[in-house]
Design a protein around this ligand. Structure first.
Ligand SMILES: Nc1ncnc2c1ncn2[C@@H]1O[C@H](COP(=O)(O)OP(=O)(O)O)[C@@H](O)[C@H]1O
Ligand SMILES: [Mg+2]
Length: 357
């Protein structure tokens, strides 16, 4: 049976729109009514009562609580603050936050000099997100774009390895300077900041949120045509934070035929939809293997499903990438920038057409 504590804990990950702070931290949960195992009702305090972020609060908490606590229905209501509550709430905010609260628009992190912020995600791990992120960065860079990669998979970061990077980022004037790859891709990853590359990161949600904010705001990215975000799998706290706080222009889903057959990616698609994040499309990775002797296509994980699933969700199919032993060799040796083929160039071209440049 779900408890009030479970609900409050989960709401530590749902942010108040425009203030990188959670509904739980700001004490905005007025009432929790657990109807039964699968149905709950929550009332939030809200200020001002006509706050334009109400719809977001509702959507974000419903999708998150349903997923985290395996609920069938989450009803959300709002209650106007009385004077005492309002004073208590406002005293938790800085002057700057109070100003933002009463401004009519809800700012996400400002966009700095990024023309495009693109998320790469998947239903589960090991399907090739990190490979796709580094491959895409490499291809776009080759086309002359300025590219950055923010490794948002804090606890499983592996971007640096693909590029063979080991040096630590420098801190200049209190700003972290991203490490540059051989071809000039700017990269920030938890791995680069840890004393030992193999140290496990055992942080929980709120700390990860803080790091995600720092990676964006305290890193001296400079102007970029594209910032690519490599996300952890699934519909994690990181997704919620990124979708709520980052000015995301598009999401790319990476999936294997097996996952597509079992629709493991569906939750992720729904999450992006509900949170009104534009979807760029789907890449089917490890779609098949080509026999090195006869050139015949072998469907190792069942027939490719990408085109069908993309159509089912009304999104673009961006292409398929076969399983190729060379890929893992280049990745393991940190030489992803030396790997290319026509298929990958095609995928990158399709994505480039969707960018605002
Ligand atoms: N198309 C592919 N062919 C061969 N190996 C691949 C391919 N895509 C990814 N890999 C390898 O599979 C492993 C998992 O990929 P990775 O990108 O780390 O997945 P994720 O980031 O989704 O967890 C890595 O060792 C990577 O080099
Ligand atoms: Mg990864």
């Amino acid at each position: 049976m779900v408890s009030k504590d479970d609900i409050i804990n989960a709401l530590k990950n749902v942010l108040f729109p425009g203030l990188s702070r959670s509904l739980a931290e700001l004490d905005l949960i007025k009432d929790i009514n657990i109807i039964d195992d699968k149905h709950i009702e929550i009332t939030f305090w809200i200020e001002p009562f006509n706050h334009p972020g109400k719809e977001d609060i509702e959507a974000h908490s419903v999708i998150y609580l349903k997923d985290k606590l395996k609920l069938d229905e989450v009803k959300v209501k709002f209650s106007e603050m009385d004077e005492n509550k309002r004073n208590e709430f406002l005293s938790k905010l800085t002057n700057e936050e109070r100003k933002r609260l009463y401004a009519s628009i809800i700012p996400r992190f400002s966009k700095y000099d990024f023309k495009n912020v693109i998320v790469i995600t998947s239903g589960k791990g090991g399907v090739g997100k990190t490979f796709v992120t580094s491959m895409l960065a490499t291809q776009l860079r080759k086309m002359g774009l300025s590219v950055g990669i923010l490794d948002a998979d804090i606890t499983g970061s592996s971007i640096a390895k693909c590029f063979g990077l080991k040096e630590k980022p420098m801190v200049v004037n209190d700003k972290i300077v991203p490490v540059e790859s051989k071809t000039g891709i700017k990269i920030i990853s938890m791995n680069l900041l840890l004393p030992e590359e193999t140290n496990p990161v055992l942080w929980r949600g709120p700390l990860i949120n803080k790091v995600l904010q720092e990676f964006y705001e305290r890193v001296d990215w400079g102007p970029l045509d594209v910032l690519l975000l490599d996300l952890p799998p699934g519909t994690s706290d990181t997704h919620l934070t990124i979708y709520q706080s980052y000015p995301v222009d598009g999401v790319i889903f990476v999936s294997t035929p097996q996952d597509l057959a079992t629709m493991i990616v569906e939750k992720g698609i729904n999450m992006a939809r509900i949170m009104k994040i534009p979807i760029f499309g789907l890449i089917e990775n490890m779609s098949h293997i080509v026999c090195p002797f006869c050139g015949k296509q072998i469907n190792l994980y069942g027939p490719p499903q990408g085109i069908k699933v993309a159509a089912q969700y009304g999104m673009d199919f961006l292409g398929k990438i076969p399983l190729e032993p060379k890929i893992s060799t280049f990745v393991d040796e940190g030489k992803i920038e030396e790997y290319s083929n026509e298929r990958l160039e095609e995928i990158a071209k399709k994505i480039k057409q969707k960018l605002k440049l």
